[in-house]
Design a protein around this ligand. Structure first.
Ligand SMILES: Nc1ncnc2c1ncn2[C@@H]1O[C@H](COP(=O)(O)OS(=O)(=O)O)[C@@H](OP(=O)(O)O)[C@H]1O
Ligand SMILES: Nc1ncnc2c1ncn2[C@@H]1O[C@H](COP(=O)(O)OP(=O)(O)O)[C@@H](O)[C@H]1O
Length: 237
């Protein structure tokens, strides 16, 4: 019998404490900041800087970094298209749980394929969220919470694109992986002989200006501003 696919005879068990109660307890709204980009584009650097900035603002966050998750939860996965899809799916599911717990979950993975990122966005979206998004064009997210009730916004997903050229990433090459990939010693390396599909729908685009890359704290500032402007750093009363 297959263990994959939709489980049969398995039922959802509602717990005594709901998301709204958890959020109220820790005075913040759970959401996911999903950072995508080439190896060497600065995903981990931004994740750490953002984590530190949120911590200093009294917000509880947690980083799920591709490299780190592949040491444990996903250590049975490689870099085939199927394994990358499963890697993204699992991290998306874990990020959903963290956000449901009320944390700001920062996921930083190459996540090269659009369909996998879209599947995560969909995982973190439900009918209430879509309704909230429509209303949020008229009101701030906090107003939307009030209008729709505390449970209205279940989970929010913000995608950050590290929009760095392959040349910049290859020049950095802190782990020497591009060099190995160019020498044919790593097969299927993203950007070299495996595709990276840039987002069409990211909320935050981080790029060089006049050939200069924003500093780690400027990159974090850009994300914090977006979270703040959209009300995610305020309590949802
Ligand atoms: N073939 C291949 N392609 C890309 N990256 C590779 C590969 N082999 C190993 N690595 C190292 O794995 C890190 C990327 O892991 P991710 O989980 O983020 O990848 S993915 O989202 O499943 O594509 C990546 O880390 P970052 O450099 O931080 O992106 C690399 O260190
Ligand atoms: N904003 C930045 N400006 C200059 N160098 C950076 C910046 N962000 C990251 N780096 C450097 O680029 C390299 C790759 O960054 P890293 O965060 O490890 O990327 P990724 O996680 O996408 O592989 C590191 O040596 C890091 O110090």
């Amino acid at each position: 019998m297959s263990t994959m696919g939709n489980p049969t005879n398995v039922f959802w068990h509602e717990c005594a404490v709901g998301k709204a109660e958890r959020q109220k307890l820790i005075n913040q709204q759970g959401c996911v900041v999903w950072i995508t980009g080439l190896s060497g584009s600065g995903k981990s650097t931004l994740a750490c800087s953002l984590d530190r900035e949120l911590h200093s603002r009294g917000k509880l966050s947690y980083v799920l970094d591709g490299d780190n998750v592949r040491h444990g939860l996903n250590k049975n996965l490689g870099f085939s298209a199927e394994d990358r899809t499963e890697n993204i799916r699992r991290v998306g599911e874990v990020a959903t749980l963290f956000a449901d717990a009320g944390l700001i979950c920062i996921a930083s993975l190459i996540s090269p394929y659009r369909k996998d990122r879209d599947a995560c966005r969909a995982m973190l979206t439900d009918a209430n969220f879509i309704e909230a998004m429509l209303l949020s064009e008229l009101f701030s997210v906090n107003s939307v919470c009030v209008l729709l009730g505390k449970e209205a916004i279940h989970i929010i997903y913000l995608q950050v694109f590290m929009n760095m050229t392959l040349e910049v990433c290859e020049e950095r090459d802190p782990k020497g992986l591009y060099k190995l990939a160019r020498a044919g010693k790593i097969k299927g390396f993203t950007g070299i002989d495996d595709p990276y599909e840039p987002p069409l729908n990211c909320e935050i685009n981080i790029e060089q200006k006049d050939g200069v890359c924003p500093t780690p704290s400027e990159m974090a500032g850009q994300v914090v501003s977006c979270l703040d402007e959209n009300g995610f750093l305020h309590a949802c009363n």
